[in-house]
Design a protein around this ligand. Structure first.
Ligand SMILES: [Zn+2]
Length: 252
């Protein structure tokens, strides 16, 4: 079984991404309690003057969580809700390698959609502007947002402010060592609205941390923040069990 770095394992779909067979795949996301902008606006607001009103209300959203909380599923559901109302969306995900094929957002539960990609050094404001020149879009969706560079998060903020298009970013908050990803840190600083997608630790508490494990299931404490193509797997844990796994003394 080949690991896939810090990317979440995805189920097979139209864009066919390798399926994972690890313990964390047995975790299920806790349903979101409210229809935070997963639901697009009513049809009456999606046309004419209503569309201009919506553009004036554009915001930068950040949906964050640990791994395997179903972020990509939430993204694909939200994008589908827009399309169902005849509204175009622009889907973008990180281009880290080509193993999964270019341009696909996949979910562990098996749904997927084609997507554009972003890579280091790319100007996302220009990318979104080019897409808007080709035709109107109701929302931009970014998957794997933890891999954005801080400058790219600022470009997304400018797209919201200056192009008046809502941007919804989905990503991991912290890496396996408990450090914020730079992209996520900047999103936490700049986002107009944030929401946590939740999953649970084996003990039943909310999982907020993730451990990187080697092929024998031992927690790794060192290594690069972004690692592609190794044999590592990732397990989401509560902070207490993460501390325990990382060798910290846990009492009580
Ligand atoms: Zn726990």
């Amino acid at each position: 079984m080949t690991g896939d770095g810090v990317r979440e394992r995805k189920g097979a779909g139209v864009c066919s991404i390798p399926k994972g067979g690890n313990a964390q795949d047995l975790q299920f996301p806790i349903p979101e309690p409210s229809p935070f902008p997963r639901s697009p606006p009513p049809l009456s607001l999606a046309r004419g003057r209503g569309r201009r009103y919506l553009r004036a209300m554009a915001k930068l959203y950040f949906h964050y969580s640990t791994m395997n909380a179903g972020k990509s599923t939430l993204l694909l559901q939200a994008a589908y809700n827009y399309r169902e109302r005849g509204m175009e969306t622009f889907l973008i995900t990180a281009k880290l390698d080509n193993r999964a094929g270019d341009g696909c957002i996949g979910s562990r539960i098996g749904i997927s959609a084609p997507a554009d990609t972003f890579e280091a050094g790319e100007d996302l404001l220009a990318k979104i502007a080019r897409r808007m020149d080709a035709g109107p879009i109701a929302c931009v969706f970014i998957d794997e947002a933890q891999f954005l560079e801080p400058d790219q998060v600022w470009q997304l903020a400018r797209a919201v402010d200056d192009l008046r298009v809502p941007v919804m970013a989905y990503g991991l908050r912290v890496d396996f060592q408990g450090h914020l990803f730079p992209g996520s840190a900047t999103l936490l600083a700049l986002a107009d609205e944030m929401r946590e997608a939740r999953t649970i630790c084996h003990c039943g508490k909310k999982a907020t941390m993730v451990v990187r494990q080697d092929a024998e299931g031992r927690a790794l404490t060192d290594g690069a923040q972004v690692q592609i193509g190794g044999n590592e797997t990732y397990v989401s844990l509560c902070r207490r069990h993460w501390r325990e796994a990382m060798g910290d003394t846990v009492s009580g």
